[in-house]
Ligand binder design. Structure first.
Ligand code: HEC
Ligand code: HEC
Ligand code: HEC
Ligand code: HEC
Length: 492
């Protein structure tokens, strides 16, 4: 009897409140069943959490397009039959026609050929869509030929981004710039304006313009215990996290798909996917700067963003919520017109195999990227050489990294290129015949890319830098002759 104390109604209310609070909290969680798949070593907590309901939504959105016959390679060339073909001229007429049919199915299935063409004259160039489409063909070829480090042999076609629509579902515009009136207000740096692109967090809401068109440094952690040089600011840190959320959302994965969160910056503890993503970041920057931004003057005003900016590509444009676009369905194997430039036009600067500057990809990174041979240490390098239009930079055994002793040579090159704005730099890597030639060739390539990146970082436009093929020097089996471990740059 006495168990019923007068306190009880209050206890009941309190218990009820707790129950309601717990229910409210849990409503923020995902309803079961969720599944998790291990993605790192045991004990690292690296796993992906999957929700079958999310997968059920993504699956139909990421189906490959219906197959289309790609035409016979025999017969006359398109350039000999048609009047105004500039990029697909070396395809046979059969292949060319099939490519047009496919483009129509991938980009404008409802509008048909006339979305780009004046039916009275197919060679006519009066529709802007045709001009844009030609540039898009070149862009697709460039991605497939020069960014294999990201897209592998899977490649991309118009469908990867367009999915049967003239305007891809996921393009990027700069958010409306902050109205600062008469500049009385501070710059809030895109923060405290919860935006879906950063998962409604208060992080800076334009990671794409900052990191995937601009090349702001993606860095959070200092590399040394004490501040020794320029380190990441809080603002840069916030920006980096904004980008990382964009990347995770685009791929439908969480941070541990790429990182061991014990040490987010450590490459040695990252998954191979992080390296793919690293190349992806550079690829998207390249595509945006060389292809999308210049379209601003071709696209009608109605296609531009709220600040008059051209639409950009982000990770989402291709990935659309899955770890590989269209779950990795091969997109170009049947389409010679999209695999690489076919029209005899100049090859764009290749930018495929560079690896994170100064960071040797670690234990979990794909073996193909790790350059062979180890530096014996202590080998003195010859100083950089410069004679006439030819400069030479030397490297340590097995290392793609340009050492500090060579920096004077690099600085001289930058000065020369700045003094001769019309000149181009052609970079060729040389390697010895020791170890395996394939590894050496790869190393020579990495060195070339390193020098290219250093020039671009120093403000030389990438289209002024031309990459030559790796060259093997005359038999130098010991591999100890520093003269064979060099990159030559010709400026003319
Ligand atoms: C999304 C835009 C687009 C669509 C849709 C499209 N084309 Fe084209 N077409 C182009 C471009 C770009 C070129 C120029 C290619 C080049 O420069 O190598 C071209 C060139 C041509 C030419 C060569 C004309 C000449 O004499 O120079 C023919 C023929 C042609 N297309 C036929 C078709 C047909 C048939 C269809 C529909 C099945 C079609 N195209 C759909 C973009 C398109
Ligand atoms: C990496 C993604 C990507 C790929 C691959 C791609 N496009 Fe595009 N395309 C875009 C973006 C982004 C735009 C700009 C959309 C806008 O105007 O808002 C665009 C615009 C266009 C337009 C102008 C549409 C309009 O109505 O304004 C045409 C035409 C076009 N693309 C054709 C092609 C063709 C043909 C291919 C394949 C050879 C292709 N695209 C491949 C991303 C891509
Ligand atoms: C798809 C792969 C991928 C995913 C997913 C990803 N990251 Fe990253 N992250 C990278 C890459 C690549 C870099 C290095 C970028 C560079 O240097 O250009 C990086 C860099 C970072 C850095 C900077 C490290 C340093 O050196 O200072 C931090 C911090 C970071 N990521 C946090 C996160 C967080 C938090 C998440 C989840 C919200 C996440 N990342 C998701 C690939 C990924
Ligand atoms: C032009 C289209 C395109 C864009 C844009 C793009 N990717 Fe990819 N990505 C691909 C393709 C195609 C593959 C599949 C390659 C393969 O089959 O190995 C891929 C694969 C990947 C993978 C490897 C997944 C795995 O499990 O092996 C990662 C990680 C990735 N992309 C991250 C990114 C990030 C981060 C961005 C934005 C910075 C990005 N991608 C932008 C086309 C694209």
């Amino acid at each position: 009897m006495s168990q019923m104390s007068p306190m009880n109604p209050i206890r009941h209310t309190v218990a009820l409140c707790f129950a309601l609070a717990a229910a409210a909290l849990l409503a923020g969680c995902e309803r079961p069943p969720v599944d998790s798949v291990q993605s790192g070593y045991r004990g690292t907590g690296m796993e992906q959490v999957y929700n079958p309901r999310t997968l059920a939504k993504q699956l139909p959105l990421n189906q490959p397009p219906a197959p289309i016959a790609s035409g016979a390679a025999e017969g006359p060339k398109a350039k000999d039959v048609y009047q105004n073909v500039k990029v697909l001229g070396n395809l046979s007429v059969g292949q060319f026609t099939a490519q047009m049919v496919a483009i129509t199915a991938w980009v404008s299935p409802e509008q048909g050929c006339n979305y780009c063409h004046n039916p009275a004259n197919m060679a006519d160039e009066s529709k802007y869509t045709k001009t844009v489409a030609r540039r898009m063909i070149q862009m697709t070829q460039h991605i497939n030929a020069d960014w294999k480090a990201h897209v592998a042999n899977t490649g991309v076609s118009c469908y990867t981004c367009h999915r049967g629509q003239p305007v891809p579902a996921q393009t990027w515009y700069q958010p409306l710039l902050q109205d600062k009136h008469a500049d009385f207000m501070g710059n809030r740096n895109g923060q405290n304006a919860p935006a879906p692109q950063v998962n409604l967090s208060t992080l800076p809401n334009d990671p794409v313009t900052t990191y995937l068109q601009g090349n702001a440094t993606i860095r959070v952690a200092a590399k040394t215990a004490l501040p020794t040089g320029p380190s990441a600011s809080i603002q840069a840190t916030e920006g980096t996290y904004g980008l990382m959320i964009h990347m995770s959302q685009s791929l439908g994965v969480n941070c541990t798909y790429c990182h061991n969160t014990r040490s987010l910056g450590s490459w040695a503890e990252s998954t191979p996917q992080r390296l793919t993503a690293w190349h992806g970041i550079r690829m998207v920057g390249d595509v945006n700067n060389d292809y999308l931004v210049p379209l601003q003057s071709t696209l009608p005003v109605t296609r531009l963003g709220p600040n008059g900016d051209a639409p950009l590509v982000s990770c989402t444009t291709c990935h659309q919520g899955v770890y590989k676009p269209l779950y990795g369905a091969p997109m170009v194997q049947d389409w010679p017109g999209l695999q690489a430039p076919v029209g005899g036009n100049l090859l764009p600067v290749a930018a495929m195999m560079a690896s994170p500057a100064g960071l040797a990809p670690g234990a979990m990174a794909p073996a193909a990227i790790a350059p062979g041979g180890t530096a014996p240490g202590g080998t003195a390098l010859p100083p950089p050489l410069s004679e006439g239009s030819r400069s030479v930079l030397y490297f340590d055994v097995g290392s793609p990294t340009l050492q500090a002793v060579q920096s004077a040579g690099l600085a001289a090159l930058v000065a020369e290129l700045k003094a001769k704005p019309a000149a181009r730099a052609t970079i060729s890597g040389y390697h010895s015949a020791s170890v395996t030639p394939a590894q050496n060739e790869e190393l020579a390539k990495q060195r070339t890319f390193g020098v290219r990146d250093a020039l671009v970082t120093a403000g030389i436009q990438s289209n002024r830098v031309v990459l030559g093929k790796p060259q093997q020097t005359a038999a130098n089996i010991a591999g100890e002759d520093p003269a064979s471990r060099r990159v030559e740059v010709t400026v003319r």
